[in-house]
Design a protein around this ligand. Structure first.
Ligand code: UDP
Length: 252
């Protein structure tokens, strides 16, 4: 498919103009970054795996009625998505304490939380994506109260879906981050799950062994990131069991 002009290049993806107005081509790079891009590397095959995994999760969400920006996967590294206006928030849902929450509140990693906790961070790399409250969000006009109600609803539905899918393949969903986009349909706007859902933006632990199968493998130097992501893909049936993790062979 003909790719249009480059619109934006982020840490893990490049966005190009899509073939139709209102569409965008999302290209998944192999670049991995952590700690606000202080740690960087190129991980062979990561983009291919995240393209497939994000397709899998977005398609599943659409099937249970959660709106997403995903339209279709185009090839190994690209997917067609609806163009939307990204709300400048990282919406984080946590089921177990880990990462920044454990540090901030002194809660041991892996402690089950009394209920899913939703946090919002203001998307600004130069500030290190600071945690903000709904007061900040309303006062600075990043989203309305109605948007926030919808965002909370979407975040909790994504959490239930992802937790269930992961549990079914022996993986605990510790936490994840999503981004939300605004799509305009005539005079109406609605909110959709945008960006990507992949092991780059989730914490995934093996239910039995606690082995990390997400970007913490890269952040904490715990081994091969592609092996970890390929294991998630293999368990979900996105990759055939026989393929070797270092050379991802994808179904379809
Ligand atoms: N996360 C993300 N992008 C970010 C920050 C966090 O995808 O810029 C994800 C991260 O992978 C984890 C969850 O959001 O699944 C919670 O991250 P946390 O706040 O604990 O931050 P971290 O410890 O990664 O700095």
């Amino acid at each position: 498919m003909a790719r249009g002009k480059k619109i934006y290049e982020g840490k893990a993806k490049i966005l190009f103009e899509g073939p139709e107005p209102g569409t965008i081509v999302q290209y998944f790079k192999d670049d991995a970054t952590a700690f606000n891009a202080e740690k960087k590397d190129v991980i062979d095959g990561k983009g291919v795996l995240n393209n497939r995994l994000s397709e899998y999760f977005m398609t599943g969400l659409a099937q249970i009625g959660v709106p997403t920006h995903f339209l279709k996967r185009l090839n190994m590294r690209e997917q067609l998505v609806r163009s939307c206006e990204i709300i400048p928030l990282e919406v984080i849902v946590r089921n177990f304490a880990a990462g920044s929450m454990s540090k901030r509140l002194g809660i041991e990693e892996g402690t089950q939380l009394p209920r899913p906790i939703v946090e919002y961070c203001y998307k600004d790399d130069s500030l290190g994506d600071p945690l903000v409250t709904e007061e900040h969000i309303a006062a600075f006009g990043w989203a309305t109260q109605q948007d926030m109600d919808d965002i909370l609803g979407l975040a909790l539905r994504v959490n239930d879906y992802l937790s269930g899918v992961m549990y079914g393949v022996g993986i605990k969903l510790v936490d994840f981050k999503i981004e939300i986009g605004r799509v305009y349909e005539g005079d109406f706007q609605r909110l959709v799950v945008a960006d990507e859902i992949s092991p780059d933006s989730c914490r995934l632990w093996d239910l039995e062994t606690g082995q990390k199968l997400d970007k913490d493998v890269f952040r904490r130097d715990l081994g091969s990131l592609t092996d970890a992501y390929a294991e998630v893909a293999r368990r979900l049936g996105v990759m055939p069991k026989t393929s070797t993790p270092t050379k991802p062979t994808l179904v379809n």
